[in-house]
Design a protein around this ligand. Structure first.
Ligand SMILES: [Zn+2]
Length: 169
């Protein structure tokens, strides 16, 4: 549990509470300053970093003048966009990854769920796989390229080894 601020910032904490702001997690001047700014209509992005000295200086200024200035030396650190984790393409884990299953689905949607070689599908009682035309172990860079995929039934797919790169579509 964060220690609530008291002492010299008591007045500001009370002001926030009077405005209905929950102050339980305000445990340092930066948070207090951020909450006060929000109260005054300046909302900072979550990843903005306020220097503690800046926060204290502006809070003191506010106490004296009643005017709360937004920070002039704010550090903005945008979070890196999250890139989904893709397991190494040569592993079995790759085949259960979302990236692969999504693309596999795209390939079936594009070509239909029947074998590109023998033409059989589920109605013939065969399991349809999505095959990498250029094998993923030899061409890992093509493992998630839609154009490198073709539906093959289990029988045809098992007969096709890593040495074969025939496009049956
Ligand atoms: Zn087949």
């Amino acid at each position: 549990m964060a220690k609530p601020m008291n002492g010299k910032w008591k007045t500001q904490i009370l002001e926030l509470q009077a405005a209905g702001v929950k102050t339980g997690n305000i445990c340092n001047p930066q948070r207090l300053y951020r909450a006060m700014l929000k109260l005054k209509g300046h909302t900072l992005p979550k990843w903005a970093k306020i220097h503690p000295e800046t926060a204290v200086r502006h809070l003191k200024e506010y106490r004296q003048t009643g005017i709360l200035q937004p920070p002039e030396n704010l550090v903005i650190c945008k979070p890196k966009p999250k890139t989904p984790y893709v397991p190494p393409v040569e592993t079995d884990e790759f085949l259960i990854s979302y990236a692969w299953r999504k693309l596999r689905y795209e390939a079936l949607k594009k070509h239909g769920a029947q074998c590109s070689l023998c033409g059989r599908g589920r109605k013939h009682g065969v399991v349809v796989h999505v095959d990498h035309i250029k094998p993923r172990r030899l061409y890992p860079e093509l493992a998630l390229v839609l154009d490198n995929l073709q539906p093959l039934c289990e029988d045809c797919n098992h007969g096709k080894g890593n040495w074969d790169e025939t496009d049956w579509r």
